[in-house]
Ligand binder design. Structure first.
Ligand code: PAF
Length: 299
């Protein structure tokens, strides 16, 4: 039975704890907004395998939510989050207040702006979102001071933005990307899945099904991006319960447009999807072509 993680609420306590750990070992860090699920647990397990000690942050970061988004109703489930962290052997949880993270207020803070990548896709649909993400992750890295930090591939664009920012600002944290964890029927795990009614969940499955259709089309030899994108749209467009925002196949490094998927370079492209199901915005993605022999979506 693992001990319950220590809960750190102040910056000074967190820095002291971290420097003590790093004196004799390696610290892995998983930043989260709580409402933890198996996808987060997988990040923590990978971190535990690679690092001696794992810390998690739980902070619903207000600056990454737009004015019409779900900040107020975002699930806050600290007790079950604590239990999940304990079950996978996390040693510490940084659990700050807004006052600690934004001492001069949420309108008046030094912001981190990552160029170009952030104007596309999620950045275009959710103005300001990536400034909030980049800023809070920079702050979290400065407070927790980890050796390694772990991010899920489900938020693919976020991963690229954090990678670029960490390189540009020489933050000195080694980043690791961990594959998306899916339900047995293919739905990508997300804290927002809990908002879905039974009917909406059935519609939400269209996202992973459309990626499966794409995977099959690529396997049968179609490499042109336009017909491959049409495979996604054919699945999602047939369900009135799904309002598609975008479905695009782009260069996996810089999100620029492609004409064909280079089938000899594994994971050189990425298919990105965002859609609204009811009032819930969902995203999913697939790396193309898959690493030899791998099938991501089984259902
Ligand atoms: O992916 C998330 O949960 C958040 O965007 C992150 C990285 C914890 C920053 O608030």
């Amino acid at each position: 039975m693992n001990d319950s993680p220590i809960v750190l609420r102040s910056i000074a306590d967190t820095r002291n704890w971290s420097s003590e750990i790093r004196r004799s070992g390696t610290l892995g860090f998983v930043p989260t907004m709580g409402a933890l699920h198996e996808g987060h647990a997988e990040l923590m397990r990978v971190a535990a395998r690679e690092c001696g000690v794992v810390a998690v942050s739980i902070y619903v970061n207000p600056t990454q939510f737009g004015p019409k988004e779900d900040l107020g109703k975002y699930p806050r489930t600290f007790e079950s989050d604590l239990e999940l962290c304990r079950s996978v052997g996390v040693k510490a949880i940084f659990f700050p207040s807004d006052e600690i993270m934004y001492p001069h207020g949420r309108e008046d803070f030094t912001a981190v702006e990552v160029p170009s990548l952030t104007t596309l896709f999620e950045g275009a649909s959710r103005p300001g979102h990536f400034v909030g993400v980049a800023t809070v992750v920079t702050k979290l890295f400065g407070i927790v001071q980890p050796d390694f930090s772990y991010f899920g591939r489900k938020d693919y664009q976020q991963w690229l933005v954090i990678k670029r920012m960490t390189e540009d600002l020489n933050l000195g944290v080694n980043l690791r990307r961990v594959d998306t964890v899916r339900e047995s029927d293919g739905l990508a795990m997300s804290s927002r899945n809990r908002y879905l009614s039974a009917d909406e969940r059935a519609s939400a499955l269209g996202l992973s099904r459309s990626l499966k259709a794409l995977e099959n089309a690529l396997a049968t030899g179609e490499t042109r991006v336009k017909p491959l994108e049409k495979c996604i749209m054919d699945v999602l467009g047939s369900d009135p319960g799904v309002q598609l925002d975008y479905a695009r196949i782009v260069n996996a490094d810089n999100l620029r447009e492609l004409e064909v998927v280079e089938t000899h370079i594994p994971e050189s492209a990425v298919a990105l999807i965002a859609a609204r199901v009811g009032t819930t915005r969902l995203i999913d993605n697939l790396m193309l072509p898959p690493i030899s022999g791998r099938t991501e979506i089984r259902a």
